[in-house]
Each structure stands twice: as structure tokens, then as C-alpha cells.
Ligand binder design. Sequence first.
Ligand SMILES: Cc1cc2nc3c(=O)[nH]c(=O)nc-3n(C[C@H](O)[C@H](O)[C@H](O)COP(=O)(O)OP(=O)(O)OC[C@H]3O[C@@H](n4cnc5c(N)ncnc54)[C@H](O)[C@@H]3O)c2cc1C
Length: 504
Amino acid sequence: MKDDGTGPREASEYGTRPVAAEPVMSSDLVVVGAGAAGLYAALSAAAEGASVTLVSATPLAQTASYWAQGGIAASLAVEDSFARHLADTEAAGRDLVRRSAARVLVREAPARVRDLEALGVRFDADRRGVLALGLEGGHSVRRVVHAGGSATGRRVVRQLSALVVDAPNINVLESARAASAWLHEGRCVGVALADGRAVHARATILATGGAAALWSRTTNPPGSLGIGMSIAHAAGADLADLEFLQFHPTAVIGIPGREGFLVTEAIRGEGATLHGPDGERFVEELAPRDEVARAIARLLDETGATSVGLDMRAVDPSLFPNVVSALQDAGLDPTREPIPVSPASHYMMGGIVADTVGRSTVAGLYAVGETACTGLHGANRLASNSLSECFVYGARAARAGLDEPAGAGTIDPPTAAAAPLERPTRATREALWRDAGIVRTREGLERLTEDPHPLARLIAACALRREESRGAHQRADFSRVDPAFDHCHTEIGVNEEPRSAAWA
Ligand SMILES: Cc1cc2nc3c(=O)[nH]c(=O)nc-3n(C[C@H](O)[C@H](O)[C@H](O)COP(=O)(O)OP(=O)(O)OC[C@H]3O[C@@H](n4cnc5c(N)ncnc54)[C@H](O)[C@@H]3O)c2cc1C
């Protein structure tokens, strides 16, 4: 349905939205997910004059994008360059970064930041309007654009959502859940929703976020369950690199109401330090995330402690107002005492196999943002490259999707309401934490292959296949990098065993 802005509208958290109750709707593109990637893809397509249906399951504040603190990586500093951003991305990704995909990211990220400014996002800047750039782990130079200190995600998502509401050619279906891809003659021609409706489109863009909330201790909102990955896989699309799940080193622990609350790396970039139970520093705080997370896990293991202390007393609290106030609300005063932190599952590097315009292995089906696996993050994502990815690849997928054939004639809608996707039980989430945690063993992973949740089984199969330790994937039984796996990604098709494939 192309909404011309004159039809019925109802109040919503986005402002007002057109009401669309038809069982089968139609637009040029359907975008599933209203985080950074979905909102930006929808706006990019709408800017080309296309009609877009945006399907969003959860409220705005429950997207990972809304929770993002640190910012958006882009080589904007005078002393920075594409080559330097690429080198840092590749160093963090441990010989697994797909260079063609990372090159696209570093080249296009600065232009996407400028676009966001043109769209009304106000990033932190000095009096002359020069953007303030933060430093995060693994970056060799200040490169992270932020807004409201550590409220970057909230600011960006709010502004993009407001624009989406005002765009007459974007039809938002709030509280609507995509359940399956609508397939016709081997192509994806839209999505079937869980409530029985369907959206027909020349291209379908899955922007459904990551899967870190499958693990019991996480920094992510509860909806990050890899639902897009499950939908794509059920439609026949390949997934890849599911063994690479990044653990964030510094999530609050032991504080009711703030369990898993992330304390951004940017705070360490401003000088916060990590201390063991004896009060001593034990790790280079700005080393890549996997190293810091492992050092903390090792220390906790050795000492039996449940947390290490993050000391940010030397950091100006006005730089991170929302982190400081969230901690103070929970009864912790970071200006006076160290914060108890330990690692938590944070970011899924793997996902739906996607090329440099977001195309999956099923015609007409695209994936962008955290649900996609272009290979650009390799074995370990460089901090703040994920929001950049949402914007760079969101715009690319929108353009490419509009080039898909419109399809001839009328296609029968999906006949039955799609089966609801399986939600993980508490036992599955605990099993992932135990058996596919910071350090894995064959025994634990084999146990996980028996888990009732299909995505948990796929994660276990990929992690078993990779008999080495690299970046975020650490095996106690294969504790070294095996050069034979350099640039080899773990692909997994439908009803297939995982296979290793070199990606150009
Ligand atoms: C606490 C935290 C801090 C972070 N900080 C940073 C940072 O500073 N910089 C950075 O680069 N990255 C950061 N990240 C990672 C980054 O935020 C995410 O990778 C990125 O926001 C993912 O965006 P997305 O649009 O792909 O998905 P999300 O923002 O997770 O959005 C997913 C959307 O899909 C919808 N959805 C899911 N399933 C369905 C369905 N079946 N039907 C319909 N809709 C569906 C959801 O409702 C939601 O709207 C952080 C993550 C967290 C959790």
C-alpha cells in the first residue's frame, strides 16, 4: 500500500502513523526492523521516491540501536584515513575480515555521518562546529562520532524515527512481527506477518538486529534473538560465522535493575581503568575487546571473584551523563567508587550471508545491520563499526533492492499464517552462556548441538567446525590460531553441515 499521507492515521510512539489493515499490502520495498539499519534503509529508499513498508516488532526503546552509547566510527580526523580505519578493522578482525566489505565501510562511513547531520542529527561538536571524536579500543586514532555524550543511539534513532513518520511514502506497521519470508518461484517477494497479513515487495530487507540475547548474560535488549537469521535460514538463505559472538568486557554485574548494563568503552578511552580484586591493574584497557574480555574472565576464574572494578573517578562525568545517571539511579556513584563489571554477550559478528549491497543467497532477500554477515567484522568487531555498518549498508541495500524486478502479474498471498518463531527458554540461554561462552570446549559444544532451539544448534555446529581459537571464538581444546583458517568463513546452508569457505 502506498500511503499518500491523506488516509487515516493513529497516535503512536513515532508520532502518528497511517493505519494499514489490509491482509495483503504492497510497496516497492519492505523493511523488517526499525533500528538504525531499518530506519536508514527505509529513509534512503523513500528519498529515491519509492514506497516502503516498515515492519517493527518492538517499541523503539527496545532496539539495540537505541541503546548504543559510544558512537559511529568514521575517519573524519585530519590525521586519519580510509587506510588507517581499514587497518584497525582488519587488526581487530584477526585475519578474517573480508576486505571488500570493510573497504566499503571505511570509504562510505564519513559520507553517512554527513548525511545524518543533514537529516538533523546533532552530534557533539566544539564551538566552531568541528565534530568531537572519541577514542575506543582497537582504534589507533580518535574516530568515534557521538551525540549527547553516550546517548548516541537514542539521539540518532529518535531523529530518524521522526523523519520516518513524516515521510508520506513510508508506511509503518508497528507491533507487527514478520514470521517468514514470502517465497514465489525461488524468489522472496515479501514477508508474511505473524498476524496473518502479508506485505508484497520487489525486495525484502531484513534489519532485525543481532542474537546476543540468546545468551543468558547480555547487554542486549530481549528481542535480540536472531529472528531475522531464523527467517532467512528457513527461506533457504546461508548463514555464516555464527561462532563469532563478541563479549563486551564491561557490563555491570550484581546490581539489581542494572544487570548487564553496558559501560561504554569510550569511558576507558577517556582514562577509566580496570582493577582486579587486589586493586591492581591487570590489562591494557584499550586492547581489542576479545583480549580485555578474556583477561577479565581469566582473572575472575583464578580469583573466584565475580567482578572487577572499573574506576572512572578520573573521567569528567559530564562527558557521559546518561551512564553516570543510570548508575547513580541504581545506587552506584561512579564519581566516588569503582563500578563492578564483568563480560556479557554483546554483538553477533555472524549472521545472514550478505554481499556488499546486502544481497543474501536468496533472490530478492536482503540483510543489513547486525543480522547480516558481510564478513566485514571478521572474528572480532572493531568498536563502533556496527552503527557505521547500519548506515553504509542500509543505504546500499535500499538502492540495490529498488533495482530488483517488480514482478509480473498477481501472486497468490501466503495461504496460512506462518508458524510463530521459537523463543529460547531460560535453559537454552543458560546453555549458550555455559557451552558457547568466552572459552568453549568440544564437550560443551557437542552438548549444545542437542539443544531444542534451532539457532542454538547452528551456533554449536559452526563453533565445533572451527577447530582453532581466533578473536571472539576461543576453544580450550584448540587454543591457537590455525593459519589454515585464515580468511575462511563458516557457512551453513539449510539441512547442511557447516563448511569453510574463503571469501574474496
Ligand atoms: C548497549 C549497547 C551499546 C552499543 N553501543 C554501540 C556503539 O556505541 N556503537 C556501535 O557501532 N554499536 C554499538 N552497539 C551495537 C549496535 O547498537 C547494534 O549492532 C546496532 O544498533 C544494530 O542495529 P540493527 O538496526 O541491525 O538492529 P536493532 O537496533 O537491534 O533493531 C532490530 C529491529 O528489528 C525488529 N525486529 C526483530 N525481529 C522482528 C520481526 N520478526 N518482525 C519485525 N521486526 C522485528 C526489532 O523490533 C527492532 O526494531 C551497541 C549495542 C548495545 C546492546
